[in-house]
Design a protein around this ligand. Structure first.
Ligand SMILES: C[S@@+](CC[C@H](N)C(=O)[O-])C[C@H]1O[C@@H](n2cnc3c(N)ncnc32)[C@H](O)[C@@H]1O
Length: 302
């Protein structure tokens, strides 16, 4: 899927611009260097697929970029230092300011917690936080929190009704379609409330606040102007770039199961949840990797 998406110049150009826009908010004085890195990365990635979809060449290009462009082995490299500061302090703070208004109750399960920095911020904000993930790349600062490593995404070992809200931020699109209903049903046993953040596309025309969002966000305007399949490819490339390149975790499970808001509503409803609120954030200011983000606030049906 990544290879095919890289074959779309329209998608590559959009993602290049979107990533540049996000980085420009953080690297105002280093944009020459940022542009050099982005030009090289997107140029090499697109070139690797210019003869047709070729996973081997994608792997080669990704390894080259990780090693030579983003210097992923070198934590003292300026980009890696800035990105670490973003992921460990700035992003968790931005997330927390949104989440404290969206989470129901005090006990929260961070499903797919990743580095654990958001979980730590939630704990500092007064929540009782439990964490789980299929990978374990938690930073030291998060290791005091309860954590259960899942042997598979279905294997959520926290007891029934042990938390109020299951938070699932940027995880569901990594889950294989066969596992998804089981995961949602399992989370419905553990928590009454499910709070989902996803990257979405093909926004419904009657979406509440759509005109206001479009007026405020040039990137969103350009995104909704793309054909539906190009929007999907954009989500793939942003997710790939953020996780595999900037974060440096190419081994993350990436089936890219992005869905429209209506598709999410349908899946959630048929697996025991009602979707009580849908809040589209779009390509928000302050995010280094901007995408078409949406929050879905769900409640277990009686
Ligand atoms: C993009 S990261 C998001 C991390 C964190 N929730 C956040 O918002 O920063 C996706 C996380 O989902 C986890 N993940 C990937 N595939 C998964 C799966 N099939 N089931 C559960 N978690 C998965 C990854 O290990 C990763 O930590």
């Amino acid at each position: 899927m990544i290879c095919t998406a890289l074959g779309s110049q329209q998608a590559v150009d959009f993602v290049h611009t979107a990533v540049r826009t996000g980085y420009a908010e953080y690297f105002r004085t280093a944009m020459e260097r940022v542009d050099g890195m982005l030009d090289e990365s997107f140029g090499k990635l697109a070139l690797s697929q210019s003869g047709g979809a070729n996973p081997g060449k994608l792997l080669e290009a990704t390894s080259f970029i990780l090693k030579n462009t983003f210097n992923k082995g070198d934590t003292s490299f300026w980009f890696n230092q800035a990105y670490h500061e973003y992921k460990t302090h700035i992003k968790p703070e931005t997330d927390f300011q949104q989440l404290k208004q969206l989470i129901s109750g005090r006990r929260v399960l961070d499903y797919g917690c990743g580095s654990g920095y958001l979980a730590v911020r939630l704990e500092r904000g007064g929540f009782d936080v439990f964490t789980t993930d299929v990978l374990d790349y938690r930073y030291e600062e998060a290791k005091h929190l309860p954590f259960i490593r899942m042997s598979s995404p279905r294997d959520v070992q926290y007891p029934d009704n042990s938390v109020d809200t299951a938070l699932v931020q940027a995880v569901l699109h990594h889950i294989e379609p066969n596992d998804l209903p089981v995961v949602i049903q399992r989370l419905g046993k553990i928590a009454k409330h499910l709070l989902i953040k996803e990257d979405t596309y093909d926004l419904p025309p009657d979406l509440d606040g759509r005109d206001r969002l479009l007026a405020a966000q040039p990137l969103l305007r350009a995104f909704v102007g793309l054909p539906r399949d190009a929007q999907f490819q954009v989500l793939i490339l942003i997710d790939f770039f953020a996780n595999a390149i900037a974060q440096g975790i190419p081994e993350m499970n990436m089936p890219f199961e992005f869905k429209t808001i209506d598709e999410w509503r349908q899946i959630l409803t048929s697996n025991g949840f009602s979707v009580n609120r849908t809040q589209v954030l779009g390509f928000e200011a302050g995010r280094m990797h901007k995408s078409c983000h949406v929050w879905l606030l769900c409640e277990r049906m009686a």
